[in-house]
Design a protein around this ligand. Sequence first.
Ligand code: FDA
Length: 583
Amino acid sequence: MTEAVETDVLIVGSGPAGSTAALMLSTYGVANIVVTKYDRFADTPRAHITNQRAMEVLRDAGLEEAVVAQATPQYLMGQTPFCTSLAGEELGRLHTWYTHPARQAEHDLASPTSICDMPQHLMEPVLANAAIARGTRLRFGTEYLGLTQDADGVTATVRDRLRGDTFRIRAKYLIGADGGRSRVAEDIGLPMVGQMGVAGSINIVFEADLTRYVAHRPSTLYWVLQTGSDVGGIGMGLVRCVRPWNEWLIVWGYDINGEPPNLTEDYARRIAHQLIGDDTVPVTVRSSSAWTVNHLYAERYHTGRVFCAGDAVHRHPPSNGLGSNTSIQDAYNLAWKLKLVLSGAADPRLLESYSAERAPVGRQIVGRANRSIGETSRIFQALGLLSTEDPEQMRANMAARKSPGPEAEKQRRLLREAVEFKNYEFNTHGVELDQRYRSDAIVADGTPAPVPTRDHELHHHPTTWPGAKVPHAWLGHGAGRLSTLDVGGRGRFALLTGVGGEPWIGAARTVAATLGVEVVAASIGPGADYEDLYGDWATLREVEDTGCVLLRPDNYVAYRSTALPPDPERALTTALRHILALD
Ligand code: FDA
């Protein structure tokens, strides 16, 4: 075998996790190679909901506009109906993805970015092409086969699938972003909890002009409930918009205990017509595939110099739209730490905070997504579908809600409540934005975690509590405005202070030079570096004017001080040395 190819970081996989890892590492100037098994990026839409936190990552990487240009915007995402078919009866409708006027305000206040719908086959090229333009070397058709690691690095064996030969790549670190059947996670023995193959699903990608059935209620998801269908007598199908209103993806269930259905074109077209409810609509089937719903997470995300990210360490159904979002955020969390360790500014122990911070998030979102599937049964219950297996009786039970009288009134109320309860699948702002970290890369300030004032899954609670994402506030700079998140990011630490906190700024310069890290320092207030345009930062920052909030490169609060201490340089040195694992 020839000499091994060398790099700093080898990334296995070019999905959302692998592409983001490559993008951020190249943005930070870290040499990296991506090997990916197939000769192409994802060829089906797969993940699509791109939440505000993922958009903040892309904004930091300079790709927000490129994604917005191709994505379906929020205002076309959220009139989500539950119906008997697209042409059939509508049973209830929910404002999703924060499009309810009351939720829209929360959404707009929480972030400089907006949620959008960016199908995975469009997202991967945006991420990977930017990574390549910034220095990533990406090899298609190259399959990871195995690895060995020692005190100085990792040697991976890969196979060129075109030529059939194998070669070795030597890297200081390896990221396994090789998806739900991760060989890397298996090879490094990550402890997994849960189960694969909880339920069976089919994806059918097709083209059809459905404008007349959907344009008056624009949504990214159309839920279709059909009595007497395949799964347990109650089929709940999903017609998902890929491109308004001509490209679609159907998700349909099959009994995991039986044989997967024979996915012929005729079968796929029949399901499509069944869910549309009009078989005169021309349907062109593009592809169909079977997949399984999983409920599995890793308790630890690394062994030695090998780290896993994305579906390799959290496997769950598409509910809540958390798949690619969490994968992107895993990579964002890891990339700046690798950069600081590889540059020698941080001790390798900093990398241990990756598992400590992201593994609890993985566990949480796997649970959340699986609960959301179960909670749909409240709608079946309200419609009287769980008390019988006879399709005729089911139809009669559903129709009963249209009658006068107390029984039907109760049924109508239960149905409204059941649809409303789906907010826990489609409007979980707290799940998306409030992933709090506890690790050695955070300097706790001794205050207890803030107690949520509203439902912690549904609502975002901005705070500068160390371990939380920095709250967004619009700041004035010249004639323009930018977010608090824009002051930070780009691989740098950022220190925010106010009028009277100027000694922090001098201290930040000195400490940055001493420790060899980049720290931007800015004061916010009248006549300062940035104006607090609407007074929002003063409301959100939870420290005094002379205090400070120190952000990590991923815009998480690493340290805060309520007011100016006698020796800010010493306070900042202690905090940064702790974060960089130098003590
Ligand atoms: P991902 O699976 O995207 O990427 C893994 C990468 O590793 C690929 O590039 C693959 O080629 C590569 N790879 C694997 N083994 C390798 C090896 N041995 N050597 C080299 N490369 C290797 N989510 C959602 O939110 N909504 C949805 O509707 C769907 N629908 C959906 C449908 C289907 C069919 C699938 C498979 C998945 C979904 N998902 C989804 C899940 C979503 O796609 C998923 O959460 C993210 O893609 C996870 O991103 P990763 O980068 O972690 O893995």
